[in-house]
Design a protein around this ligand. Structure first.
Ligand SMILES: Nc1nc2c(ncn2[C@@H]2O[C@H](COP(=O)(O)OP(=O)(O)OP(=O)(O)O)[C@@H](O)[C@H]2O)c(=O)[nH]1
Ligand SMILES: [Mg+2]
Length: 327
């Protein structure tokens, strides 16, 4: 069943793609097997992350960008992670309607991913979905995430190029956006350039950027757009391509991808160990007893934790019997 779906995915079947994204979204048990099977068929597509404050025009911009990319004859996959926050409760429907013009175009795959569940779970699902689009042969994958709020998903975990979308009046938003995402920006967009204050916003960003280059050799560009009319969107695509060329020619694309694989491995490992420990603590046995002793104040928390790590969590890292004998 899974094998058949994978074969269809690799052959470019969008229904198989859709079904497999659902599988990844509900964190099905077969996900590791799936991702392992498609791994040899990934690495060709290019992922652009589009993030920024709510309502800054990310969806409209992604839609317009997809249009420009399609005109170049490239295929596009779009993933939108809907923030859990109630103020964007209608985002799924809204995005669907706005992006409807692509629905008849079979080279564009659009998916709004539910963001219920743990942050780690959503991040893992997004990573899996990007891999699936890659294996399905999409040339460009566009990922929209909210850049603020509690449900915030770190788009740098999947994106080769990070685009941060701001609006002329986003002065406050810059303050509330996690500093990390401002620093992670490879490209800044000042959208809604039809509004007053766009030039001032561009200047403020350029001023901030002149304080230092995060990535040596790359001067973060600031592009103004009007997503609704499409003004500035071809220029936006140009700078995305320039950034891609920069990453490739400086070997940083591969370095970024290596680092992302390392981080994905670590974060999954952390999550898996965490839930394993939670399970052990809730059950009966030595570890649960120790936890109770900690609660009663009989054993110091730190002492107990170190004891557990030494004995339970890393048994395979302790010396093998052969090594012990040799000592
Ligand atoms: N005036 C103006 N309005 C725009 C522009 N681009 C988008 N909008 C409008 O801004 C509103 C929000 O646009 P979205 O694309 O939904 O913004 P978003 O960042 O995806 O929003 P969330 O996903 O809810 O965070 C919509 O009503 C758009 O029509 C623009 O360039 N100028
Ligand atoms: Mg949106």
């Amino acid at each position: 069943m899974l094998q058949e779906l994978i074969q269809r995915l690799l052959a470019g079947d969008r229904h198989a793609l859709s079904q497999l994204v659902s599988l990844v979204e509900r964190q099905d048990m077969q996900v590791p097997e799936l991702l392992q099977a498609i791994a040899p068929h990934t690495g060709r597509s290019y992922c652009v992350g589009v993030t920024g404050p709510p309502g800054s025009g990310k969806s409209t911009l992604v839609d317009a960008l997809a249009h420009v990319i399609r005109q170049e004859g490239l295929s596009v996959g779009i993933l939108a992670v809907d923030p859990t926050s109630p103020y964007t409760g209608g985002a799924v429907l809204g995005d669907r309607i706005r992006m409807q013009r692509h629905y008849l175009d079979h080279s564009v795959f659009i998916r709004s991913m539910a963001s219920r569940g743990s942050r780690g779970g959503i991040a893992a699902a997004l990573l899996g979905a990007v891999r699936l689009l890659d294996a399905a042969g999409k040339d460009i994958v566009l990922v929209e995430t909210a850049g603020v709020g509690q449900g915030e998903i770190d788009v740098t975990a999947v994106a080769d190029t990070v685009v941060v979308v701001l609006v002329p009046e986003a002065g406050d938003a810059i303050q509330t956006m996690k500093a990390g995402i401002m620093e992670a920006a490879d490209i800044f967009i000042v959208n809604k350039a039809d509004r007053e204050g766009a030039a001032a916003m561009v200047n403020a960003l350029k001023g901030m950027l002149s304080l230092g280059q995060r990535v040596p050799g790359w001067k973060v560009p600031v592009v103004t757009t009007q997503a609704q009319t499409g003004n500035g969107v071809p220029e936006m695509y140009d700078v995305i391509q320039q950034h891609r060329q920069f990453l490739v020619s400086s070997s940083q694309l591969e370095r970024r991808r290596i680092e992302r694989r390392r981080l994905a491995f670590l974060s999954h490992l952390e999550g898996a160990l965490h839930s394993r420990i939670e399970g052990l603590l809730q059950g009966e046995g030595e570890l649960a007893d120790l936890a109770k002793a900690v609660e009663r104040g009989e054993v110091e928390p730190i002492t107990a934790a170190e004891k557990v790590v030494a004995r339970v969590a890393l048994p395979t890292l302790s010396p093998s019997p052969a090594q012990e004998q040799a000592e």
